[in-house]
Design a binder for this molecule. Structure first.
Ligand code: ACO
Length: 328
């Protein structure tokens, strides 16, 4: 049976670290509040001259190197982001140029924190239908440039970085078993960037006076929906494959907030440290990059053994959510 399989992973993070103590000097908050409400201790922040494409290119090069394929062999590049270098062209095209993937089609997709799972789902369909054999899926963000650094409700949560994976056609029973993606647009304005699109174009008023080009979020609403949706996405993946949570060797959830991760893990009954991947204390919420960065760290540190069942589970603005189940 023709399947798709991840053959290489890579990630890239800015060197600059912003700790909770640094944030105490910027807004009225405390390390204790941030740690107890979110689990985040520090996040990485892009420096001047570093963009979403900077990290996407580096993560992609590392994933290609691990997979052992050349950039020219790629058929498709899919980049999930809500912070592209430009409204257009797609940041995926900049990555294509930088890595020399001259034979690939390249596009961005906007599914917020679910961007990588959405990308994986598309890659899997292209591969299973024989339309593509080698696909690069990337999640990359520089959220620090759309965060309102005067808003303590949001500025403590987010970080920058990128993760990438090379997906290749393969025969046999390892690889992606299924992907499921969902949306609930009723909540589109619960977590969003109101300005700098065409509804509220960039003007002195929208950008400077009304601060519309920064992330706005109803934190409590997001929290409630995130837990329910991530449980639903995970259970759908398991049911579709005749599995139960006890079959899962490693759950890699979107790294938004430790309380969301813990509540989801508890509902699923996957709470043991060795079966639950967490790194958000180091990076905060990097949106579409959080799952591929985690996947790369889990891969390089040997957390996944051949034959392990790995479950990826995401939720984000839109709302969008989704899961991917694979046999490693
Ligand atoms: N430092 C100190 N106090 C703060 C801070 C802060 N950084 N931020 C908010 N507060 C205050 C509030 O003003 C409020 O004060 P008040 O009672 O005087 O009004 C109090 O703390 C409690 O605020 P809540 O919003 O009720 O705090 P809550 O416990 O809900 O935690 C949080 C807020 C962390 C945002 C939580 O709702 C959450 O995690 N939501 C999910 C949001 C999320 O993860 N979004 C990421 C993007 S979506 C995704 O990736 C899935």
């Amino acid at each position: 049976m023709l399947r798709s399989r991840i053959t290489g992973t890579g990630s890239s993070l800015p060197e600059k670290i912003l700790t909770n103590s640094d944030l105490e000097l910027m807004v009225e908050t405390s390390d204790e509040w941030i740690t107890s409400r979110t689990g985040i201790k520090q996040r990485r922040i892009a420096s001047e001259g570093q963009f979403t494409s900077t990290f996407a290119v580096e993560a992609s090069r590392r994933a290609l190197e691990m997979s052992g394929i050349k950039a020219e062999e790629l058929d498709l590049i899919i980049l999930g982001t809500v912070t592209p270098d430009f409204p257009f062209p797609a940041t995926a095209c900049i990555v294509q140029h930088e890595i020399g993937a001259v034979n690939a089609a390249a596009f961005d997709l906007s599914a917020a924190c679910s961007g990588f799972i959405y990308g994986l789902s598309i890659a899997d369909k292209y591969i299973r239908t024989g339309e593509a054999r080698k696909v690069l899926v990337i999640g990359a963000e520089v959220l620090s440039r759309v965060v309102d650094w005067t808003d303590r409700n949001t500025c403590i949560l987010f970080g920058d970085g990128s993760g990438a994976a090379v997906i290749e056609a393969c025969e046999g029973d390892t690889g992606l078993l299924s992907t499921h993606i969902f949306s609930n647009g009723s909540y589109w304005n619960t977590l969003y960037q109101p300005g700098c699109g065409n509804r509220n174009p960039a003007t002195n008023r929208s950008v400077i006076d009304d601060r519309l080009c920064f992330i706005k979020m109803e934190g409590n609403d997001v929290f409630k929906h995130a837990v329910r949706a991530m449980e639903e996405a995970a259970c759908t993946a398991l049911a579709a494959n005749g599995m139960t949570p006890s079959d899962v060797s490693l759950l890699i959830p979107h790294q938004a907030n430790l309380r969301i991760i813990d509540a989801t893990a508890k509902r699923l009954g996957i709470t043991e440290e060795e079966r639950l991947f967490v790194n958000l204390h180091n990076y905060g919420n990097t949106s579409s990059a959080s799952i591929p960065i985690s996947l790369d760290e889990a891969n390089r540190s040997g957390r996944m053994k051949p034959g392990d069942i790995v479950l990826l589970d995401a939720f984000g603005g839109g709302f969008t959510y989704g899961s991917a189940l694979m046999r490693w």
